[in-house]
Design a protein around this ligand. Structure first.
Ligand code: MSP
Length: 647
């Protein structure tokens, strides 16, 4: 069983934002789900580079366009890596080995089929969309998406006979009802095609940035005609027939609602013209808005997905986007809502469950939990959750898949409240029953974590590791791993809070006072799951690898000043042995006068995500001994040189 899925390839005139990341994350969830379900999966992503906006952006920066695109590939790949995307291939439209031959082959095939002819285009062109705009699509003369006035252009173009494919397309939609999903997009496209199709330009004259038209070297292939072919190019079209035969047609193109028409009308028509099979499905997802508004540079409201990933790791963001936005519809992102869901789903619900199960197993049975032959009520709930999860994930209702897993997690927390294991632990007579409760809980956690692997890969793997199973993700299978076990045993590791609660101060993470308390109440019932804080057993250990993630360095204080309106903060300029000094805000103003700090060699956390406080971005943290009711004592690293690593 094979599954080939793709995302839209991104224009590289700006870096990824939350909207483009949403598409990639949700496609990654689908790819990971398919692998978990046992499919040989090929997940393709890439960059769309032959756009005039990209060309202009490079020129603005005084760069050669290809060199600019090379740099942007690095920027995109870094973000995608940070978001834990598991793509198998990444294609760029400037790829001369794969993409150029594919585009030229398809253009030639369409020409040979009589579907390309020479003509003149006169009309509107929106550079934002990189698309020709019929007058009827403009709203008060402006592009409805970019709200800008399109350019009036008049040039010699090669045209693709799209009009010829109106009936074949309608027939294809009728014969393959699931070709366009969700239904709202299908209806939009049906209406559009039923209304009649006009031929489209497939070339641009007088431009150098692009792939030369094989039968007219004075023109380049129009960026959309070029870009759509990436899907076939990546898997061998025009350069590796064997690979192409293996993977084509694609099972699924995941694209945004604004570009569904390119994928459901133009692309299938091009494929029909070139005599190639059509992809099985195009899924047009909705858009993510910020506080109800479209994210845009001019509005200054673009959300950087790395802000969330650097503070909380990629998984809380992946979960939010998957679970809170019904897939196919539009969704909204606000930091308040994100933090609220983080606390509810992760700190209070899943994190709390993992901590409670691990700390009770450790406290009552040294972490060793044995199977029991009869499965109780939780097993039936788990079966149902797996069933609902599969049903949702198979039809890309990712939010339903996530909800099914979280239903099981809530049920397990309720099961603890109902069984009160701490009461059972009071008498050795209840040992078998207590072990049974812990086994059931550990199975529920194991199955929930397995279901969540596609959505939160790193944290689900960590939960499974704590349950004694450290196999790599790619070795896991839904069929065998998401079924309830009645044999075997687990050695459970109690390793501390996975998701400390975010406290009221916006954007800052604090482990709450509550969560520092010792693990499980021995004599009294824990608070109900919905409000219980994460409860790690103290002291939690970390591995040397965990420690190595914290980059400690010596820094010399160059300047120090009090922050106006703050009693606690000093603003320091420090030399940390880097190209430029950095600014750090440190809460030490009650202990040190600015002049006492200047010239000191101190220790800083150098890889802390930048954080804005009182309008100033702080880049790092100063280490200080902090007695409970005394004043901070900054660590002295004299006489080590700035930049020296502390380890
Ligand atoms: N380069 C074209 C796609 C060519 S595919 C052959 C393009 N690029 S894009 O960078 O503008 O957009 C990439 C994808 O991100 C598109 O599917 C688009 O719909 C999606 N999104 C851009 N902003 C978005 C949101 N705010 N929310 C969700 N998806 C969004 O179009």
């Amino acid at each position: 069983m094979k599954f080939f899925l793709t995302t839209a390839i991104d224009f590289v005139n700006s870096k990824p934002h939350l909207g483009t990341a949403y598409e990639k994350i949700t496609a990654d969830v689908i790819a990971r789900y398919r692998r978990l379900a046992g499919f040989e999966t090929h997940f393709l992503m890439g960059n769309d580079e032959h756009s005039q906006n990209v060309f202009k952006k490079a020129a603005e920066q005084g760069k050669d366009p290809l060199a600019y695109c090379d740099e942007m590939e690095g920027v995109f790949r870094d973000v995608w890596k940070r978001l834990d995307l598991s793509f198998d291939d990444f294609i760029r439209t400037t790829d001369r080995k794969r993409h150029f031959p594919a585009v030229q082959k398809m253009a030639q095939a369409c020409l040979d089929n009589g579907d390309i002819y020479e003509g003149a285009y006169e009309g509107w062109y929106c550079e934002g969309c990189e698309s020709f705009k019929p007058e009827k699509d403009l709203v008060e003369g402006l592009c409805p998406i970019h709200k800008t006035k399109p350019q009036w252009i008049k040039e010699k173009n090669w045209f693709f006979r799209l009009s010829k494919y109106q009936q074949p397309l309608l027939k294809h939609y009728a014969d393959h009802p699931s070709f366009i999903e969700p239904e709202i997009r299908r209806n939009e496209i049906l209406r559009l095609v039923e209304g009649g199709l006009e031929d489209i330009s497939m070339s641009r004259a007088g431009q150098s940035w692009g792939i030369p038209v094989p039968f007219d070297p004075t023109s380049v292939v129009y960026v959309w005609f070029d870009a759509l072919i990436n899907y076939a190019a990546a898997v061998g079209y025009g350069w590796d027939d064997e690979q192409f035969a293996k993977w084509w047609p694609a099972n699924l193109h995941v694209v945004g609602k604004d570009i569904t028409r390119f994928h459901c009308v133009i692309w299938p028509a091009m494929l029909m013209s070139a005599g190639l099979p059509l992809p099985h499905q195009v899924f047009g997802h909705g858009w993510v808005y910020f506080k109800g508004e479209r994210m845009s540079k001019t509005m200054g409201n673009i959300v950087d997905p790395l802000d969330a990933a650097n503070k909380f790791g990629p998984d809380p963001l992946r979960l939010y986007l998957t679970k809170e936005i019904p897939y196919g519809g539009d969704g909204d992102f606000t930091w308040e809502r994100f933090e609220e869901k983080y606390n509810a789903d992760l700190a209070n619900n899943l994190g709390n469950l993992v901590n409670r199960v691990a700390s009770m197993s450790e406290r009552y049975q040294q972490g060793r939990v044995r199977s029991q032959a009869t499965s109780g009520a939780l097993a039936a709930i788990a079966d149902r959750a797996v069933h609902d999860y599969r049903a949702g994930m198979q039809v890309h209702a990712l939010h339903e898949g996530a909800a099914a897993a979280f239903g099981l997690i809530s049920a397990a927390n309720n099961f603890i409240a109902e069984k009160e294991p701490w009461k059972l632990a009071k008498s050795p007579d209840n040992a078998a029953e207590l072990n049974g409760v812990l086994w059931d809980l550990s199975e529920a956690v194991r199955i929930a974590a397995t279901l969540l692997l596609p959505i939160m890969p790193a944290s689900s793997s960590e939960i499974l590791r704590r349950l004694g199973d450290d196999r790599p993700i790619r070795d896991r299978r839904l069929e065998s791993d998401a079924s309830w076990r009645t044999s075997g045993e687990k050695q459970i590791l109690n390793a501390g809070a996975l998701w400390p609660r975010i406290e009221a101060e916006k954007g800052a993470v604090h482990v709450s006072e509550e969560s520092q308390k010792p693990a499980e109440p021995v004599t009294q019932a824990p608070p109900p799951a919905a409000t219980a804080p994460a409860a790690p057993a103290a002291p939690a250990t970390i591995t040397i690898d965990d420690f190595a993630k914290v980059h400690l360095k010596v820094a010399k204080v160059l300047e120090a000043e009090k922050m106006p309106k703050s009693q606690k903060l000093l603003k320091l300029k420090v030399d940390a042995g880097e190209a430029e000094p950095r600014t750090i805000l440190a809460g030490i103003a009650e202990s040190y006068e600015p002049e006492q700090m200047v010239g000191k060699s101190i220790v800083i956390v150098a890889n802390l995500a930048p954080r804005k406080m009182m309008g100033i971005e702080s880049n790092g943290m100063v280490l200080a001994a902090s007695p409970d009711d005394g004043k901070a004592i900054v660590l002295n690293a004299e006489p080590a040189a700035p930049g020296t690593r502390v380890r």
